[in-house]
Design a protein around this ligand. Structure first.
Ligand SMILES: Nc1ncnc2c1ncn2[C@@H]1O[C@H](COP(=O)(O)OP(=O)(O)OP(=O)(O)O)[C@@H](O)[C@H]1O
Length: 344
């Protein structure tokens, strides 16, 4: 069955297996975690599409986008006259999702006050519209998602531990795209087809193998969402070289590094040396030469760039060597020669 979840990596395959396993029952609450843009909503919809609940509604609530006071009435509904301005009865998302799926996106941003109310519904299966005394029964499959570390939020007393366990009956963690680059070609093929249909007047309708290779090497901090938007730009404007150059610049810029930053201390040293030798004769100026300066500065910049890329890839040396376009062995030699050490 096509669930819209594209990918060939073992991580995506495992997620497909979990979807298959739990969707027939469609009752255990699911918590989907992962960085922004990894496909949490795609997985939530895949769960819904594979379940018998697809005959009913898939209702999404973004808990971060709605102010707390409004979110409560959004979720549970409002009785006519519940408060000034509530001039008619309004159904809540729990009611709209009856028999279907309630997708609570950005659950980590829900206030403590609402977390208690949500816990009550999940425990008792009952809730009330705001301003009403009569209990309503909830028959909805609750799937939530977050890019926060909820365990840390629990320690910081920002998230209820009891709610965490209620939401987290099944956990699906989606790894960042940089940890599954083998998914990138398939995502590119899939979305190229989508955009060719959507934008028939695009400048180009396919990517060269060199462009695909470059895209596979990029670490994608914005994950699949960022990949898709770069792909869209390349197809519509036909500017693959420009887009790849921008990504290269970003790779360095992400860590706040510019080559001049890395070279600034050595530039100061060189200027000091020059001031010092200005009154000396050529025979007495020791090792000073353009050649030695070139070597020293290039070592410093090289060390800085390699350290930054290693940091960015969490010291994944295979990945780092691909970004730097040097062999794995060369990278190891450089780490050794330039005395680059892994931070604690
Ligand atoms: N495995 C995938 N297959 C197909 N499309 C994907 C996949 N993963 C992500 N996408 C696409 O990437 C974009 C972002 O995905 P999605 O909105 O599901 O991410 P998210 O993890 O929910 O992000 P956020 O945390 O910002 O809400 C969407 O356009 C989605 O269709």
């Amino acid at each position: 069955m096509d669930t819209g979840l594209v990918g060939v990596s073992s991580d995506i395959q495992k997620i497909r297996d979990i979807i298959h396993l739990i969707s027939s029952d469609a009752s255990l609450n699911v918590l989907i975690t992962g960085e922004t843009g990894v496909g949490k909503e795609v997985v939530a919809r895949a769960l819904y599409e594979s379940s018998p609940r697809k005959q009913s509604e898939f209702v999404k609530v973004n808990c971060a986008a709605i102010p707390d006071a409004l979110l409560e009435s959004e979720l549970f509904g409002v009785e006519q006259g519940a408060y000034t301005g509530a001039n008619k009865q309004r159904k809540g998302k729990f009611e709209l999702a009856d028999g279907g799926v309630l997708f609570l996106d950005e659950i980590g941003d829900m206030s403590f006050h609402l977390q208690a109310k949500l816990l009550h519904v999940l425990q008792s299966g009952e809730y009330n519209r705001l301003g009403s005394e009569s209990n309503m029964r909830s028959n909805t499959w609750v799937i939530s998602a977050t890019n926060h570390n909820l365990k840390q939020k629990i320690l910081a007393k920002e998230f209820r531990e009891d709610l965490y366990y209620r939401l987290n009956m099944v956990r699906i963690n989606i790894s960042p795209l940089r940890e599954r680059p083998e998914d990138i070609p398939e995502l590119i093929t899939h979305y190229t087809e989508v955009y060719n249909t959507k934008y028939p007047n695009s400048k180009t309708n396919h990517l060269t193998s060199e462009t695909v290779e470059s895209l596979c090497r990029y670490p994608w901090p914005g994950n699949v969402r960022q990949l898709i938007s770069v792909l869209q730009r390349i197809l519509i404007l036909g500017c693959d070289e420009e887009a790849i150059d921008d990504l290269r610049r970003e790779t360095i810029g992400q860590q706040g590094l510019t080559v001049s930053d890395a070279a600034t201390p050595i530039y100061g040293q060189i200027m000091d040396e020059i001031r010092d030798i200005v009154n000396k004769t050529p025979d007495s100026i020791g090792s000073f030469s353009l050649k030695t300066i070139k070597k020293t500065t290039s070592n410093i910049v090289e060390k800085e760039v390699i350290s930054q890329i290693l940091g960015m890839t969490n010291w994944n040396r295979t990945h780092a060597s691909k970004i730097l376009k040097i062999s794995y062995k060369t990278l190891l030699t450089k780490i050794d020669q330039l005395e680059i050490t892994r931070p604690n």
